[in-house]
Write a protein that binds this ligand. Structure first.
Ligand SMILES: [Zn+2]
Length: 292
């Protein structure tokens, strides 16, 4: 007999007792304050029925899962459940993680601490392949961790960047701005963003590459508009790809009724390598523009 129903109940942290062919749980009807479990859930089909209030349904549908579960492989379902759990609760930093308390490639310890950089002492079952990496929790606007990004600590280490979970839809980061921020500076990678923050440009936001932003510009930038942003600066890498992407994205930003300006870097310069002096001059330029 399959245990899909029991797995689902466990995954949703719903306590249950076995009662014949059913599980006995507290009623799922939000309007029924069920102090004694009065809802029966069929062990195999997941069909539930509350004998006190009459609420019935299908447990899988209730949690947004295909009801035709008989044919779903256990692994697939578990993956789905894990994803639902992540959607609801976010990810957690593995308990074995060790905070990264030194500087890395010109980024100060303070900045790395602020972004909660950590590393793993060895292999981890939660974050496979993330050993030898400096890892950052990527948070959404509510502070929930939606992904991890790990950069190999060796220059030649491959792949240079790794995401967990794979294929997750990532919004620009940081999602939440300091109160009163009127502009943002879009940069391509997380280390571009970290370098800018480190040198005082604290409204830099990384887009995790330019491709995904081109497709979802409005969705991805709208949350900043809601936070009061009026102007977007695009400061992508000083190469052809960066320049082309900036030109493509500018009109998309303007469709959101945000002002947009491209900051073009010299050839082969990228924001991850800019000096403090250079970044201060950009910050001054941005601030003066906003005051006048
Ligand atoms: Zn009920």
């Amino acid at each position: 007999m399959t245990e899909y129903v029991a797995d689902l109940l466990k995954d949703k942290s719903i306590p249950f007792n076995v009662s014949g062919r059913d599980y006995l749980v507290k009623c799922l009807n939000p309007e029924h304050d069920d102090s004694n479990p009065s809802m029966r859930v069929d062990k195999t089909t997941g069909i539930f029925h509350c004998f006190a209030c009459g609420y019935k349904g299908d447990l899988f549908k209730y949690f947004g899962i295909l009801s035709n579960h008989t044919f779903i492989r256990v692994a697939k379902l578990k993956e789905k459940l894990a994803k639902l759990k992540i959607d609801r609760d976010g990810l957690t930093i593995p308990p074995v993680a060790i905070p990264y308390v030194r500087s890395f490639r010109g980024i100060s310890q303070q900045t790395l601490e602020r972004f909660e950089a950590f590393y793993l002492p060895g292999e981890s079952k939660e974050l496979k392949g993330f050993e030898d990496r400096i890892i950052f929790p990527i948070k959404d606007i509510t502070g929930k961790i939606i992904a991890f990004q790990g950069r190999h600590t060796m220059s030649a280490g491959q792949p240079k960047y790794l995401f967990y979970p794979g294929g997750v839809q990532i919004f620009p980061f940081p999602a939440k701005l300091e109160r009163g921020t009127k502009s943002i500076v879009l940069v391509e990678g997380i280390f571009d963003m970290l370098n800018c923050h480190d040198k005082g440009l604290t409204n830099a936001v990384c887009t995790f590459g330019t491709n995904s932003l081109e497709k979802e510009t409005k969705n991805k930038l709208f949350p900043y508009k809601l936070q009061g942003v009026e102007k977007v600066f695009i400061m992508f890498d000083g190469d052809e790809a960066g320049r082309i992407a900036a030109k493509k994205i500018k009109p998309l930003v303007e469709q959101l009724e945000l002002e947009c300006e491209i900051i073009t870097l010299e050839d082969d310069q990228d924001p991850g390598e800019l000096s403090a002096e250079y970044i201060h001059s950009i910050r001054d330029y941005i601030n003066n523009g906003n005051n006048s």
